[in-house]
Every structure is written in C-alpha cells, then in structure tokens.
Design a protein around this ligand. Sequence first.
Ligand SMILES: CC(C)(COP(=O)(O)OP(=O)(O)OC[C@H]1O[C@@H](n2cnc3c(N)ncnc32)[C@H](O)[C@@H]1OP(=O)(O)O)[C@@H](O)C(=O)NCCC(=O)NCCS
Length: 119
Amino acid sequence: MYGDDHVICVIEDETSGKIIASGSVFIEKKFIRSCGKVGHIEDVVVDAGARGMQLGKKIVEFLAGHAHSMGCYKVILDCSDENKVFYEKCGFKKKEIQMVSLLFPIFKYRWFYLIDAFR
Ligand SMILES: CC(C)(COP(=O)(O)OP(=O)(O)OC[C@H]1O[C@@H](n2cnc3c(N)ncnc32)[C@H](O)[C@@H]1OP(=O)(O)O)[C@@H](O)C(=O)NCCC(=O)NCCS
C-alpha cells in the first residue's frame, strides 16, 4: 500500500464488502548487519466474528513472506502473553524482551479517561 517497504495486508469478506482482517509490515533498512533489512510486523487484527478461521495466520504468513522476499534476514513483532501461542503457530519463537519509552508515562491512563469523558 505504501510501497514495498511498508505493506498493509487486508482480507475482505466478499459478501458484506467489509474488511475482516488486517496487518502491516514495515521494512527497516539498517546500517549495522552489513546494511541488512529487518521486517517489523504490526497491527495484526481479525474481526471478532471471524476469528478461529486461520485468517490471522494467513495475514502473518503473507507479511513475513513479503519481508523475507524483500531480503529481510529476520522478521520481528511484539505481542502479549496471550497471543504467544498464536504467533508460534505462525512460525515465530520468543526471543529477548520488549522495552518502551512512553510520551506520557505518568498520565497515560488518565489521558484516555479524559478523552472518553468528552465523547
Ligand atoms: C490474535 C488474532 C489475530 C488471531 O487471529 P485468528 O484469525 O483468530 O487466528 P487463526 O485462526 O489464524 O489461528 C491460527 C492458530 O492459532 C491458534 N490461536 C489463535 N489465537 C490464539 C490464542 N490467543 N491463543 C492460543 N492459540 C491461538 C488457533 O487456534 C489456530 O490454531 P490451529 O492452527 O492449531 O487450529 C485475533 O484473535 C485477534 O485479532 N485478536 C485481537 C487483536 C490482537 O490481539 N492482535 C495481535 C496483536 S500482537
């Protein structure tokens, strides 16, 4: 969608015309690792009514396959503990840990409550 370096993949339900699954992959060009490339999978989601039909797996396999076809020596993603088995079934394995720096670390939750209050 944004060129070969940033692809958004969707699955459409042809009956309803609605998008029922999506995910994206961003291809990072590195300086180290001999200027190698790394694929970052993000935003994998399947509509609640369409889960359990292998659509998530299709999305992840497509995105990982695209990244590898672009020359990425690895493809990585972050996920919650509850999705670990899903990604293992997509061919991924746990490696290292995630670190984060938030823009509003203290106010993160209150900020969302504030937005909700004005809806
Ligand atoms: C996680 C998610 C994308 C899975 O999509 P899905 O289409 O339901 O998954 P699939 O049908 O492709 O599942 C593939 C395999 O993983 C298994 N699986 C899926 N979700 C699982 C889970 N949370 N825990 C354990 N196994 C899981 C399935 O049982 C299936 O196993 P099988 O091949 O042995 O039958 C979906 O539940 C979702 O959108 N969740 C909310 C958003 C989210 O958490 N996204 C991930 C962001 S990191």
